[in-house]
Design a protein around this ligand. Structure first.
Ligand code: SF4
Length: 402
């Protein structure tokens, strides 16, 4: 299993698979072919189907700035290894001089084989193995992360936490409409203001909603963010952690340790299943984010490792079957609201697990397997193509309303 740094990538929204990864691929190809007179970027399958809304073309064009680049959209063509395929071509004197085919495989990663690249750091490959190891050694999950990744992991996670908080703060300040044809107004600032006029559980809910909306709206506007584990699902974890910091006065040190644990939870899904909405639907993105946030919250609240696993299992299980159907391909509807509700669900899963003794019948690893099987069984219309679900049903209504 790779470093948990691969779960938390610092970059710019709105999409890890549709903007961050294509941008990276574009940079690699340009570096190899700096002097071509014409470049072509072919976007296949899901990348082409939702690429306009996800700003895939803009991400590539930003890299090629003053170069001659042509974007070719091929939504009907699926390359063999993954639904998010892309190919670059470079021409000089009207001759093809180089090509590069790769895949955007989720969470901002690219790979020519559709397998995650990078050094395998962890021998442990599953949550069951991790629990057994931690129980035997008397260690916490975050301690195991430090043992494997070294103390420098804390420097990286502190930076992650800083960028997450900056995104929340900007998101609470920024108002105005989000970019794109849907004309979605930002809501975070008004949700936060209204939450301050209420008390008790309503106030808490309002604050969690506001924080999740803030990060997700910043992402939708192309702001600086951290994947957790993807861009579309990045509001869930920081919303809960920021709420715990502000509301429960939890220290940054404890929050960073919780990020380590959440990173392991996301890593298991990424390694053994998928965090790609194009591959397995929104359950792979929001479900994973909810599991990460539920596990992190349970740790902060003093839960045992068994309770952490239980909370993560529930956060994942109760998002099974969630389809990916963004309207017009924008990471806005249903994505932004979905982050807010998943953040609250993560909180509830943590409370539920903390009330229990940690014993339960369905394991996190079993849900990971179930999610992947469900993802494979889902029709491609429900996997980031904007052809099914809300994207199909709501499009005409939105057009009429405009
Ligand atoms: S519906 Fe879910 S998986 Fe699809 S783009 Fe939105 S957040 Fe990502």
């Amino acid at each position: 299993m790779k470093s948990i740094k691969e779960i938390y990538k610092i970059g710019y929204g709105p999409s890890s698979s549709h903007s961050m990864a294509p941008r990276k691929a574009a940079e690699i190809f340009l570096e190899k072919n700096p002097n071509a007179e014409l470049y072509k970027a072919y976007l296949y399958g899901s990348l082409a189907a939702t690429g306009k809304g996800h700003q895939t073309d803009e991400a590539i064009q930003k890299v090629y700035k003053d170069k001659n680049i042509e974007i070719v959209w091929e939504p009907e063509t699926f390359l063999p290894l993954h639904p998010n395929g892309l190919k670059f071509e470079a021409y000089l004197n009207k001759e093809l001089i180089d090509t590069y085919t790769t895949y955007s495989i989720g969470g901002g990663d690219i790979s020519e084989t559709a397998e995650f690249i990078g050094e395998n750091l962890y021998e442990i490959q599953s949550m069951d193995e991790l629990l057994e190891f931690c129980k035997k050694e008397g260690k916490s999950i975050w301690e195991h992360v430090e043992d494997v990744e070294g103390k420098e992991i804390w420097t990286y996670l502190r930076e992650v936490w800083t960028v997450m908080q900056e995104a929340i703060k900007r998101g609470l300040e920024n108002e105005r409409v989000l970019p794109g044809s849907l004309k979605v107004p930002r809501k975070a600032a008004s949700y936060y203001a209204k939450s301050q006029n209420t008390v008790g559980s309503q106030k808490n809910l309002g604050m969690i909603f506001a924080y999740a909306l803030a990060v997700s709206e910043e992402n939708a506007a192309g702001g600086r963010i951290v994947t957790a584990p993807t861009c579309g699902s990045l509001g869930v974890l920081p919303a809960i952690l920021y709420f715990l910091k502000i509301h429960d006065k939890i220290s940054d040190k404890k929050i960073v340790k919780a990020l380590a644990t959440a990173g392991m939870i996301g890593n298991f899904v990424k390694t053994n299943a998928s965090i790609s909405g194009a591959e397995a639907g929104c359950q792979a993105e929001i479900g994973t984010a909810c599991a990460m946030a539920a596990g992190a919250t349970t740790q902060i609240k003093g839960g045992s490792i068994t309770q952490i696993e239980y909370a993560a299992e529930m956060g994942f299980e109760h998002n099974l079957g969630l389809t990916c159907d963004p309207l017009e391909g924008y990471v806005q509807i249903p994505c932004i609201e979905r982050n807010a509700f998943a953040a609250v669900k993560a909180w509830e899963c943590a409370v539920y697990a903390l009330f229990s003794d940690g014993n339960h019948k369905v394991s996190f690893d079993q849900v990971v397997e179930t999610m992947m099987q469900t993802g494979k069984d889902l029709q491609s219309d429900y996997k980031e193509t904007s052809l099914g679900g809300l994207a199909r049903i709501c499009r005409p209504k939105i057009e009429r309303n405009n």
